[in-house]
Design a protein around this ligand. Structure first.
Ligand code: UT7
Length: 331
């Protein structure tokens, strides 16, 4: 019997309607469109502004659309994994809420907290349950409502992030397509460069933590930039080399959308021509775990069965990695 691989058989995404442009941000903090666009490549981002809505409200429409596209009932889902750092609550998990909202009554579900690497961590984890033959349908979501943890007085962070996410369905494949290889890393010594200082067990919420804006993203941008450029390129190259891929045989790079300069540096290191690199940062900004599935969703009509694709991310933790997959279907 041929080896079972876990293949993506459908992809969907969701972004909220409300756009926040660089011009809008000029009214809020001391910044300007020229600075933001030239330093990051971002023009606008989406914001989930309706009260009492959370990451699950971004994920659920994507999962429902995914099921519709594939012609399956949510009750057929065996396992649902959500990569996120902005779950609706500290507990229960966002995945539990999403499963309930979509009617995935027979699934068990859990979150993976790996910041911007959340989707590739979740995808690699979900794939194991398919490869072992244990499950037939695993849904993997990458989603974040970053606007819920931003300080809109901090121009170094609030201009970067946006809200949105996407979902993929994993099913068994015996044609040799699907997830072929992955390499993931973490290094917790990076905590102080990119984190949310309060609200966890070290510093529970208090009047003081709120007054000091410690419930929002704190980032030492320059430091994170240096680590991201090196590590995203290194890990992508490593996975490509051991799978005999090069700039010609790779069809697509799907990089985490944190900064256009990081994406360009990674693509250059891999000798990739620009048309092979998925980039939509100008429209959505950095949606943390949402960026990679949002790219796959947008590019899905162009993807062909057998395409060689590298997904690559770097984020808080630090966490980083690359996944090599062969696309399993023509749209
Ligand atoms: O997705 C998770 C991983 N995160 C990342 O990969 C993000 C990595 N880091 C970055 O993308 C970049 O470091 C940033 C976009 C965050 C910042 O860009 P930078 O080129 O590293 O700028 P900088 O922090 O060195 O700041 C340069 C100057 C400073 O002014 P002075 O000290 O040179 O006078 C900042 O105060 O730009 C100033 N500045 C701004 N000016 C206008 C910082 N933010 C802004 C702003 N508008 N929004």
């Amino acid at each position: 019997m041929s080896k079972i691989t876990a293949a993506i058989t459908a992809v969907s995404g969701y972004v909220p309607e409300t756009k926040m442009t660089n011009k809008d941000l000029e009214q809020i903090v001391d910044t300007n469109d020229e600075w933001i666009f030239s330093r990051t490549g971002i023009k606008e981002r989406r914001i989930l502004k309706e009260p009492s809505t959370g990451a699950s409200d971004l994920a659920a429409p994507a999962v429902l659309d995914l099921c519709k596209k594939r012609g399956i009932s949510p009750e057929e889902i065996d396992l649902l994994i959500v990569g996120t750092v902005t779950a609706d609550y500290n507990f229960p998990s966002c995945a539990n809420i999403v499963a309930d909202k979509v009617g995935a009554k027979n699934a068990w579900s859990f979150d993976i907290n790996a910041a911007c690497s959340g989707f590739i961590y979740s995808l690699s984890t979900g794939a194991q349950f398919i490869e072992t033959g244990k499950y037939k349908k695993v849904v993997v979501v990458g989603v974040d409502k970053m606007s819920s943890i931003l300080n809109y007085e901090d121009r170094t962070t609030c201009i970067i992030f946006g809200d949105g996410g996407g979902a993929v369905l994993l099913e068994p494949n015996e044609e040799g397509n699907g997830i072929i290889d992955f390499q993931l890393h973490s290094d917790g010594s990076g905590v102080h460069y990119l984190h949310q200082p309060a609200g966890g067990s070290v510093k529970p919420a208090s009047a003081e933590t709120v007054a000091n804006n410690e419930h929002s993203v704190h980032q030492e941008g320059k430091q994170v930039f240096k680590f991201a450029v090196t590590n995203m390129a290194d890990v992508s190259e490593e996975v490509m080399l051991r799978n005999n891929l090069n700039g010609d045989t790779l069809d697509w790079l799907v990089p985490h959308q944190a900064n256009l300069r990081i994406i360009d540096a990674t693509a250059n290191r891999l000798n990739l021509s620009p048309e092979k690199v998925m980039i939509n940062i100008e429209k959505y900004g950095n949606t943390t775990a949402g960026t990679i599935p949002l790219c796959l969703w947008e590019w899905e009509p162009k993807l062909k069965k057998g395409d060689n694709i590298i997904l690559s991310a770097f984020g808080g933790g630090f966490t980083w990695g690359a996944v090599y997959l062969k696309w399993a279907y023509n749209s």
